[in-house]
Design a protein around this ligand. Structure first.
Ligand code: AP5
Ligand code: MG
Length: 228
């Protein structure tokens, strides 16, 4: 059985948080386009060098670079069996079409559902300004809304948490602007395909997760998906 889910939402909406929680529950691996890009930037790979300026300015990395990056990841054995929880990809209609094609040609699979996590602008800005991340397991925390048990230490790994370099005030504003320029056509695109589920992202992390899980459970009345 495989399950390909897409998480759409603004910077700070909780795409990464929810994809990771669901991955732990369902045993389906995540693909986070932002994490892969940051890793490539950190390792100074060719992709990283090409993407760095875009990420630092909060602009979208060109479609051709991101599409070929995701298509190569989908070829990894981990995704053949279970599918993928996609966080941050696609972000344009071109990427959405390329994803459908890549899933078909690489894995002979389809998209199962698209979860659009909606959060208002004021809340987004607060979330991004207080975010910190574990460098080992990528778990995301927030200074006040979702703090670690020990200040600046990951609950699971004990590692010292870091702040993302694109969480500065100026880059955050641009990321939000870029997001609002692209999201409506993408949401419409998946809505027309009957794949869209809208999630209220302004609830607690746990409540958002239960809402997603509950929606999956409702769909799971089809025999190919059974959730514990
Ligand atoms: P990416 O890494 O995808 O960043 P983003 O879209 O800006 O989203 P974030 O990761 O900031 O937010 P999130 O929704 O994951 O929220 P999180 O769970 O961390 O992309 C970075 C850059 O890479 C882009 O700007 C672009 O340059 C490039 N890029 C990536 N993908 C691309 C693509 N497909 N095409 C082109 N370019 C691409 O949560 C945020 C905070 O809120 C955390 O502190 C968390 O603890 C807290 N929180 C989460 N949920 C809740 C809740 N329910 N209540 C309270 N707090 C919460
Ligand atoms: Mg994220």
């Amino acid at each position: 059985m495989y399950l390909n889910l897409i998480f759409l939402g603004a910077p700070g909406a909780g795409k990464g948080t929810q994809a990771k929680l669901l991955s732990e529950k369902l045993g389906i691996p995540t693909i986070s386009s932002g994490e892969i890009l940051r890793d490539n930037i950190c390792r100074r790979t060719r992709l990283g060098l090409e993407a760095q300026d875009f990420v630092e300015r909060g602009e979208l990395v060109p479609d051709d670079l991101v599409v070929s990056m995701i298509t190569s990841v989908l070829r990894l054995p981990a995704y053949q069996q279970n599918g993928a929880l996609l966080d941050g990809f696609p972000r344009s209609i071109e990427q959405a079409k390329a994803l459908t094609l890549a899933l078909k040609t690489v894995l002979n699979q389809e998209i199962y559902r698209v979860f659009y996590i909606k959060v208002g602008k004021g809340e987004l800005a607060q979330r991004l300004s207080g975010r910190s991340i574990c460098p080992v397991c990528n778990t995301t925390y927030h200074d006040t809304k979702n703090p670690p048990l020990v200040t600046q230490r990951c609950n699971k790994e004990g590692a010292t948490l870091y702040r993302r370099s694109d969480d500065t005030y100026a880059t955050t504003l641009n990321r939000l602007q870029v997001y609002f320029n692209h999201i409506i056509p993408l949401v419409d695109y998946y809505d027309r395909k009957g794949l869209l589920e809208i999630i209220n992202g302004e609830q607690s992390v746990e409540k958002v997760n239960s809402e997603i899980y509950q929606k999956l459970g409702e769909m799971a009345r089809t025999p190919q998906l059974s959730l514990a």
